[in-house]
Design a protein around this ligand. Sequence first.
Ligand code: HEM
Length: 501
Amino acid sequence: MIYKKTETLPSAVELRGLFVNDPLALRVQRAPVFHRDSEGRIMRDMPQDKSLDSTMDLLADGYRFISKRCQQYQTKVFETRVMLQKAVCMQGEEASRLFYEPDRFTRKGAVPPNTLKLLQDIGSVQSLDGEDHLERKRMFLAMMKPDSLQRLSDIFAEQWLMQLDKWVGKDSIIFLPEVQDILTRAVCIWADVPLTEPQAKLRRVEFASMISGAGSVGLRNWWGLFLRNQNERWAEKLISGIRETQKENPSGSPLEIIVWHRDREGKLLDVETAAVELINILRPTVAVAWYLVFVAHALHEHPECKIRLQSGDPRYLEAFVQEVRRFYPFFPFIAGRATTNFEWHDYVFKEGSLVLFDIYGTNHDPDIWKDPEAFRPERFMENEINLFSLVAQGAGDVVKGHRCPGEWIAIELMKRSAHLLTNMMMYDIPEQDLSIDFSRMPAIPKSKLIMSNIQRVAQPVAPDLSPVTLDGYAPRSDFAFPGTPPLRENMETQGVEPLAQ
Ligand code: HEM
């Protein structure tokens, strides 16, 4: 419902009529929804959620908190209070374009400290703006060369197949901790982080607890914070040790890229910041485990997808993975603070305003997605998806904005796991509670996905894949996925170095 400045203003009675049968809407403001600013221009009043504070509603509605109210107020933007602070909630493609305009919103001061500490943390790339952000982002993008991504994917498959041999002898496994373990080992080998066997177990628990503590309050959050401290001390010791004993070698592994990264003034990152950024590679790669559970969940719920994946069509594999990222809940929303005063669709935003951009709701917005509650990979083969519509890992320009630099990693590992699940093993999904609680963040099926009767398939099922890797997977060199920035082109146009051929 967008009224232009020149249109006749609707009366308050007309507007109230929209909400008359809606109990939640009784909390919507009853005042007129337009006002004149100091220059006499007609500006829109932001629809208001009138509850004194929505924090409890947010915890109860979880991923659906913003969508539910957008539907009830027939709007894509409304104002509420969260933890006693005013917050503007917004969803949809236009909101995505606004929120991901480089430097329009800062992440500084937007996220509660206990959540921030468990995710990107103070001093991280996400907390930076402008030139400092651009420069630090380069460091992350330098790790995302096609050959490096392919190497991570191959290490991951190798670790998976080693675990698979152990799964075969067991009655059943719980998939979530198993894939967390595989990912912890794979990302550490890839990044060149040394791990003994006991350390591998400890690191898995630390990373998993940070991820699962980030979206919670109370015990789960405190446990995550406790383990985060332990993890930081380990990462700091590792980085100091390398700086003390090795020569500077910035062109090497992800660990070396961080250890020897120099800021705009030519200084090495201080040890605490370097540790934070190392953890910002390792922890989110382990977080991909949540997506891998959703891959297996989708295969179980939609056996027709499994059959198509076994045919070895690489386009369908990509479409399937993108649909998993769109359909299933992971990040509910992202918080930012306006860096300046500005107007958007006749709404006024003041510098410092807190804005919550609805990731889950935008991925389910009926204005973008036809039949959004249906799981239908084909939509990614039929329609053009742009950089602002599929927002599972942020939106827009990956170099200049805060879009996730690990998107290619997540997609590639999901594709590889879909391939392994459909072509390299057979398993049963016994009776269990696979329901997903949308108030728990990050969400996961209640059972964490139990598999039984696991068997290894001797020969990869997928035909005609060449060149063939250890699991019959077709490697790729372009890493361009629908709705995701193409790796090389994007980096080349932005002049990001170094680039792989
Ligand atoms: C599990 C899958 C993942 C999800 C759902 C996810 C989600 C996100 C989202 C939504 C953002 C945008 C935050 C914002 O707008 O402020 C983001 C940023 C970021 N992600 Fe990811 N991510 C994932 C995997 C990864 C991986 C594998 C890495 C590293 C290898 C990574 C590293 C980062 C970093 C460093 C940022 C900050 C970027 C910046 O501020 O410019 N993420 N991620």
